[in-house]
Design a protein around this ligand. Structure first.
Ligand code: ADP
Ligand code: MG
Length: 240
C-alpha cells in the first residue's frame, strides 16, 4: 500500500483556541477516509493546514513523501471542495465558467464536457450558477475540483443544506470516483450513517484525534461511538 499523506504531531492554534492538538495519521492511496467530528472539532483547520492555506502549525505534513513546507508540487494533485460557497442569484458566471476556473492548462478544455456529463450537470452548462439548487451547485464545485484529474479529492462537509435526493446522487458519485477512478477521497462530515456506508477508514477528531483506523472497527465499537456522541453533544450545548 502506497502511503500518500502523512501527518505527524500536527498542532494548530488560533489566538483564543487550540484547534488541533497533536494529530497524527496517514492516508494510503485509494483510501476513502471519513473525518468525523462535531462543529469546532478542527476539521476545516486540518484541511487548511493540509492545503497550505494555514501555515501557522507545528508538526509535519507530508504528501507523496515530501514535506509540504518544502514543496508545493503536491497541490496540483489535489481537488478541493471547500465548505459550501454560496452564490448570489444574479452572479454572472455560468456552470461552464466555474468549471473552467478549475483548469490550470487551456489544453485540457475538452475535459470540461466529460466531467459535466459524469456529474449529471451537462444540460446546465450555460445556466448561471446562482440559479441552481444547492445540490446542483455542489456538483458544479466537484466538477471544478475534478477537471484537473486530481489523485486526491478533499471535501469539507459537502452536504450541509442539500436535499436528500441530491445527497444520494452525490454519494453515489463519490463511491464511483473512488472505486472506478481510484481517486483517494478525504471527506469531512458529521453524518455517522453516511460515513459508515461510504468510507473504508475513519478519523474521529475533537481537537485531538481519538480514533483513526478501519470503519468496521470504529462502527463496531460502542464505546467509541458513545465518546463521539458525548463530544458532539457537549459542543452542541456549548453553542446553544
Ligand atoms: P470544524 O471545521 O470542525 O467545525 P474549525 O477548524 O472550523 O472546526 O474550528 C476549530 C476551532 O478553531 C473552533 O473553536 C473555531 O472557533 C476556531 N477557529 C476556526 N477558524 C478560526 C479563525 N480563522 N480564527 C480564530 N479561530 C478560528
Ligand atoms: Mg468546518
Amino acid at each position: 500500500m502506497l502511503k500518500i499523506v502523512e501527518i505527524n504531531n500536527l498542532t494548530a492554534k488560533y489566538p483564543d483556541v487550540k484547534a488541533l492538538d497533536d494529530v497524527s495519521f496517514t492516508v494510503n492511496q485509494g483510501d476513502f477516509l471519513g473525518i468525523i467530528g462535531p462543529n469546532g472539532a478542527g476539521k476545516s483547520t486540518l484541511f487548511d493546514c493540509m492545503l497550505n492555506l494555514n501555515t501557522k502549525y507545528d508538526g509535519i505534513i507530508k504528501f507523496f513523501d515530501k514535506d509540504i513546507r518544502k514543496s508545493k508540487d503536491y497541490l496540483r494533485e489535489i481537488g478541493y471542495v471547500p465548505q459550501k460557497p454560496i452564490f448570489e442569484r444574479n452572479f454572472p458566471v455560468t456552470v461552464n465558467d466555474v468549471v473552467r476556473m478549475g483548469l490550470r492548462n487551456e489544453s485540457d478544455e475538452n475535459k470540461i464536457d466529460e466531467i459535466l456529463q459524469q456529474l449529471w450537470i451537462h444540460e446546465l452548462s450555460e445556466r448561471r450558477i446562482g440559479e441552481l439548487s444547492g445540490g446542483q451547485q455542489q456538483r458544479v464545485f466537484i466538477a471544478k475540483a475534478l477537471v484537473t484529474n486530481p489523485k486526491i479529492l478533499i471535501l469539507d462537509e459537502p452536504v450541509t443544506g442539500i436535499d436528500q435526493q441530491s445527497i444520494d446522487l452525490f454519494y453515489s458519485i463519490l463511491r464511483e470516483l473512488n472505486s472506478k477512478q481510484k481517486i483517494t477521497i478525504i471527506w469531512s462530515s458529521h453524518d455517522l450513517d453516511a460515513v459508515n456506508k461510504l468510507a473504508n477508514h475513519v478519523a474521529c477528531l475533537n481537537r485531538t484525534l481519538f480514533f483513526h483506523g478501519k470503519s468496521e472497527k470504529f462502527f463496531s465499537d460502542d464505546d467509541l461511538i458513545k465518546q463521539y456522541s458525548e463530544a458532539s453533544m457537549q459542543e452542541h450545548m456549548h453553542h446553544h
